[in-house]
Write a protein that binds this ligand. Structure first.
Ligand SMILES: Cc1ncc(COP(=O)(O)O)c(C=O)c1O
Length: 386
């Protein structure tokens, strides 16, 4: 059987090899601590799961969830953007509910990218920006995120012909995997760049509410003129500990929202109604619990940073996101160092090379793990002779 070229040329799923080894080690009875998974370990609060339970019991809520989401969900998403960022969105024209933001990130390429067209993607970066591009027949063009540039892309380094011919420029701040943040001033430069080059800017903002030390993450839509050129992806996965629920959104430019929504209607049939109802409660209900939840992540961050320092690894302190991104000791590749931690300490971290060529030389450590287990993992690292 011959599978399509576009699939046969896809690289294997980045975590597949690591995942197989972890399964083997667990089968051997080893207690592997997984600091490679970028998913919240904590559940959402009861008032959100109660809303799901209540909606589930309504016999009329078990059919298709509606192609464009319920009007209540679109309004709740618009209301979140207004309260959180001071941005007013038209709930029917500038908001598209998604089955998790990953779905929209892949589908927006089908909506905008014709075969052979270039898409600017951050490197290191969340793999779906480039894999979605490849599935649509486009060509991902990496924008290096370098430590000396605070992990922001250097817009001036993008060759003019590529900037002019590219369809989409992807950004993601607070950033996965580097934990870097971007200022509104940086977003202003991006918006001006997109205007000059007639590009769609897709800003992926799922970590905007996973923040530390009083930091507040902006939305690119706060920049004047952004609504002409930008689409922002957001998600309930990290903000509300609802990663498995699969609910996210794309908001911003009405033409882009419509094109994405039209593409999607031919692929999926919407989000389960009880999940939409619970998402409304998450977005419009009490937000104060996020402060305590972020405090838990911050404590984990500090625990890991202190341990890394003790063993001679200097990592910078992220102000947001679920990740610590740090250089591996001299003499190792990312994969070699991650393998050593896995084999000798049964601690699993993600090699930076999984996120692109400019991720080589780094590892990513996730904060989405029980604090006590993180403590045990750090103790094991202290025992290694690095
Ligand atoms: C940068 C980034 N974008 C998007 C996603 C996907 O989130 P969702 O659960 O909304 O599909 C993730 C998940 O890890 C992510 O790290």
């Amino acid at each position: 059987m011959k599978i399509a070229e576009r699939v046969s040329t896809l690289p294997p799923y980045v975590f597949a090899k690591l995942g197989r080894r972890i399964v083997e080690m667990k089968a051997e009875g080893r207690d592997v601590i997984r600091l490679d998974i970028g998913s919240p370990d904590l559940p959402p609060p009861d008032f959100i799961t109660d809303a799901l339970n209540q909606s589930l019991r309504d016999p009329s809520h078990h059919g298709y969830g509606g192609y464009y989401g319920t009007p209540e969900l679109r309004r709740a998403m618009a209301s979140y953007y207004e309260k959180r960022f001071g941005i007013r969105l038209h709930p029917d024209k500038e908001v598209a509910p998604l089955i998790g933001s990953k779905e929209g990130i892949a589908n927006v390429a089908l909506a905008f990218v014709d075969p052979g067209e270039a898409v600017l993607v951050p490197d290191p970066g969340y793999p779906t920006y480039s894999l979605g591009t490849v599935l649509a027949g486009g060509k991902p063009v990496p924008m290096p995120l370098l430590e000396e540039n605070d992990f922001l892309p250097d817009l001036d380094a993008i060759p003019q012909d590529i900037a002019r011919s590219a369809k989409i420029l992807w950004l993601n701040y607070p950033n996965n995997p580097t934990g870097a943040v971007a200022s509104l001033e940086f977003f202003e430069r991006v918006v001006a760049f997109a205007h000059r080059n007639a590009l769609l800017v897709c800003h992926d903002n799922p970590y905007c509410d996973v923040v530390f030390d009083g930091y507040t993450a902006p939305s690119i839509l706060q920049v004047p003129g952004a609504m002409d050129v930008a689409l922002e992806f957001n998600s309930l996965s990290k903000t509300y500990n609802m990663a498995g629920w699969r609910v996210g959104m794309a908001v911003g430019n009405a033409v882009a929202v419509e094109a994405l929504a039209r593409t999607k209607t031919n692929i999926d049939s919407g989000i389960f109604v009880p999940i939409q109802d619970a998402a409304v409660v998450a977005l419009t209900g009490d937000q104060s619990w996020l402060v305590e939840r972020n405090g838990v992540y911050q404590e984990r961050r500090d625990l890991i940073l202190a341990a890394l320092q003790e063993i001679g690894i200097q990592a910078s302190e992220p102000r947001a996101s679920l990740y610590i991104w740090t250089r591996v000791p001299r003499g190792y590749t990312s994969a070699e160092f991650a393998t050593r931690l896995l084999e000798e300490a049964a601690v699993s971290v993600t090699p930076g090379s999984a996120f692109g060529q400019y991720g080589e030389g780094y590892i990513r450590i996730s904060l989405g793990m029980d604090t006590t287990r993180i403590g045990v993992a750090m103790e094991r690292l202290r025992q290694l002779d690095l």
